[in-house]
Design a protein around this ligand. Structure first.
Ligand SMILES: [Zn+2]
Length: 109
């Protein structure tokens, strides 16, 4: 699985929140990866603004029970903060990054 390549393809649709540079050529570093989750650092090449992203990989061939993992390997507060920050963006990357783990009750409109 080439996670970085997949993320870079998605990142090209977005701009840095600080300097508005397109993120297609940003630095992407996978800090940790466990099962279907990964912690990724994305760094703007112009202003060097860094964001940590928690990635939940969508896998079609895994049972639902495994996807709903009861022991989250990544649970850093700053990741949640950045996740909320990124949620203000619109587009497909958000749905990719938030995966199926949304628990904020958006569906009850
Ligand atoms: Zn930037």
């Amino acid at each position: 699985m080439n996670l970085v390549r997949m993320l870079r393809a998605q990142a090209g649709r977005y701009r840095c929140a600080v300097c508005s540079r397109g993120m297609g050529d940003c630095e992407i570093t996978v800090l940790a990866q466990q099962e279907n989750r990964a912690l990724v650092r994305v760094r703007c090449v112009r202003c060097h603004d860094e964001n940590l992203l928690q990635i939940v990989l969508q896998t079609d061939d895994m049972p639902e029970e495994l996807l709903a993992d009861d022991k989250p390997p990544i649970a850093a507060d700053e990741v949640l903060d950045l996740h909320q920050l990124l949620s203000s963006h619109t587009g497909d990357l958000v749905s990719l990054l938030s995966g199926r783990g949304r628990e904020d009750g958006n569906t009850g409109a």
